[in-house]
Design a protein around this ligand. Sequence first.
Ligand SMILES: Nc1nc2c(ncn2[C@@H]2O[C@H](COP(=O)(O)OP(=O)(O)O)[C@@H](O)[C@H]2O)c(=O)[nH]1
Ligand SMILES: [Mg+2]
Length: 279
Amino acid sequence: MGLFSKFIAKIKGENSFSTADWQELESELLASDIGPTLTLELLEAARKVKSDNAEMALIQTLTSHLSEKSRAPITKADGITVVMVVGVNGTGKTTSVAKLAGRIKKSGALVVVAAGDTFRAAAVEQLQTWGSRIGVQVISGKANGDPASVAFDGAKRAAEMSADYLIIDTAGRLHNKSDLMNELEKVKRVVEKVSPVDEVLLTIDATTGQNGMVQAKIFSQSVQVTGIILTKLDGSARGGIALAIESELDIPIKWVGTGESESDFSPFNSEEYIKGLLS
Ligand SMILES: Nc1nc2c(ncn2[C@@H]2O[C@H](COP(=O)(O)OP(=O)(O)O)[C@@H](O)[C@H]2O)c(=O)[nH]1
Ligand SMILES: [Mg+2]
């Protein structure tokens, strides 16, 4: 059941909303990962709504916390548009790189992908498998090689091919935070010897809970994150954490992943998302 469904049903009917009901609503809001600040604000808003405008008022309150930044993909008019995909291991970077590349290819543009997670041999193979499936060239280096050099090779190759896009997959071992952040900065710096990085997309797993906020803070401190890919929004998770991130860090969600196949990927639709939280 969606957030507020019981509340709305009760205030529209004969039943009053008891103290126990308010407590239950508070627990539900907290469990939805929108975070304590938004929870308090929504409870305040709920106390003020009238039965005839309850849904609208709550939708408005939720919507007011979304970022007002553009959600459009950043595209260079001239030259290679360079996109880096960053995030913690398992959040869906490699899958999202492939889905995004597939989408760009379908639009008729030439896209090259760089397998920058050189720490896991399986990650390179995973991207190569995707590459042959979607018909996109994957640039890779040797196992345990320097991720920045793979990204640099990718950028050179993309330039030689006069490609429109380069998408760079990266490693996400968060157990050594400062190493990872230094490495991401290095990848960016080295690629920019060939072409500036236009977009840095951060993958956030919709099922991850409040830890997603910690991840968003850490990554946005070292690389300028231009957008979020909210992955795994296909299960029972409503992805409340994304609203908390938009509200607190003002990073727009740009893409949503809803499964493991290529087609399970679409631009973020804020109306659908807010409706998904409520219903
Ligand atoms: N259900 C679902 N699974 C996903 C989605 N995106 C990625 N995955 C799965 O999550 C797992 C980790 O994804 P991967 O791309 O390897 O993450 P990475 O470690 O960040 O590169 C894989 O089994 C993917 O198939 C999604 O949107 N929905
Ligand atoms: Mg990966």
